[in-house]
Ligand binder design. Structure first.
Ligand SMILES: Cc1ncc(COP(=O)(O)O)c(C=O)c1O
Length: 381
């Protein structure tokens, strides 16, 4: 793992000081990812950062400065977005099983909403008969659904969105102004995105008031950083697709995207230090002064989370080929409090600084009070 000099310097100045463990973000990297989306050639577009990936106000501020809008899935995040200065027309609210109270609240803010089921659509129409709405769609098994650690987001196994039949059976199609699709997460295969988008587009035929197509997020970030999402190809293909559909509809259809993990994933680092070592023949068990409830991606996705690790000793990253099997565990009694299981690291010492990479998305935002550790500080360099 490579860390920029400024970030390394910040870590060295703050590690083992008053903050026992903390997050530090490379602001420039966050900006670069925002700009990649803003540079998509198709003009009529709106890019909404998926706030569940990171709701830190400073993070949101960077995203806003880069002219991204925001996507929220709860009232709390909607209010945080509002407080961070996003206007109502810059906020999209998509969730599931919305109560009447939540619908009324979202409507009172004036944000754009996508309904998740025929019942949700009916409930909305009863409350606000004159207000068109978007629908979240499930294209079924029209494309072989991609399923990974996070489950299935489309296909017959997914609980989310309208099925194809339910879409066709919508009684008053003029009340639907947009189609939303979320194809899955951490996907690199551009063909898969485009195949799914095409299936969605095929469903829009009988909807005369269509204004937007929201293709959600899912842009891949690899665990070890080896694979990079191919923005160039994605840009070309999605722009062509949007030009084509706009041409067919005889009006400009807005493209909406909701990138989450990719915006800040690689920009974040979680920093802690070695507080105990248990040397067992086959394995060094390394205890750190932090818990996975503070850096919870390894806890939530234990099977796949594989965050790169850097060890710093005396201010300098250790670089050696002399490594041994290592498990890094948290300082609680919880049996699953494991940061990294059976990875190769140098012989460690108490006091070494440990830096986990790829920690900028779905990490600080999924902090848990469980086990009694404080929420780590977050710094932006
Ligand atoms: C509807 C929707 N859009 C966007 C996102 C962001 O996804 P990702 O982080 O995979 O880009 C999510 C994440 O769960 C989502 O549910």
């Amino acid at each position: 793992m490579y860390i920029k000099a400024e970030i390394l310097d910040f870590i060295n100045r703050n590690s083992k000081n008053e903050y026992d463990s903390f997050y530090v973000y490379d602001s420039q990297k966050i900006r670069e990812h925002c700009r990649a989306f803003k540079s998509i050639t198709y003009k009529n577009k709106s890019i909404h950062f998926a706030s569940m990936a990171n709701v830190n106000p400073q993070f949101l501020n960077i995203v806003k400065e880069e002219y991204l809008n925001i996507f929220v899935n709860s009232v709390m995040h909607m209010e945080m977005a509002y407080k961070s200065g996003f206007r109502a027309d810059e906020i999209i609210f998509t969730s599931s099983a919305l109560s009447c109270e939540v619908m009324k609240k979202a409507e009172s803010y004036g944000v754009q909403i996508n309904a998740d089921s025929p019942n949700q659509l009916m409930q909305w129409m009863k409350l606000f008969p004159d207000k068109p709405i978007g629908i979240r769609c499930n294209i079924g098994d029209a494309v072989k659904p991609y399923s990974n650690h996070a489950g299935s987001f489309i296909g017959n196994n997914s609980r989310l969105g309208f099925t194809i039949r339910e879409i066709r059976d919508i009684p008053d199609k003029s009340k639907v102004k947009g189609f939303h699709l979320y194809v899955g997460t951490d996907i690199f295969d551009i063909n898969y995105f485009i195949d799914c988008y095409k299936e969605l587009i095929a469903l829009t035929e009988d909807f005369p008031e269509l204004e937007y197509l929201n293709f959600g997020g899912g842009f891949g970030v690899s665990e070890n950083g080896d694979e990079k999402f191919d923005f160039g190809q994605y840009n070309t293909r999605v722009s062509e697709l949007m030009q084509d559909i706009s041409h067919k509809k005889g009006k400009s259809i807005k493209l909406i995207l909701e990138p989450g993990r990719i915006i800040g994933g690689e920009a974040g680092y979680f920093v802690c230090y070695v507080s105990d070592i248990k040397d067992r023949k086959e394995m060094q068990f390394v205890g750190v002064n932090a818990s996975t409830v503070q850096f919870s991606r390894p806890l939530l996705y234990a099977d796949i989370a594989d965050h790169p690790v850097m060890v710093i000793r005396g201010g300098t990253p250790i670089q050696t080929d002399d490594k041994r099997a290592t498990t890094i565990y948290g300082c609680s009694t919880y049996s699953r409090d494991i940061f990294s299981n059976n990875i190769e690291l140098p012989e460690l010492q108490t006091g070494d600084t440990i830096v986990f990479g790829n920690a900028g998305s779905y990490c600080a935002s999924s902090y848990m009070q469980f086990l009694g550790f404080r929420k780590p500080e977050e710094f932006f360099v």
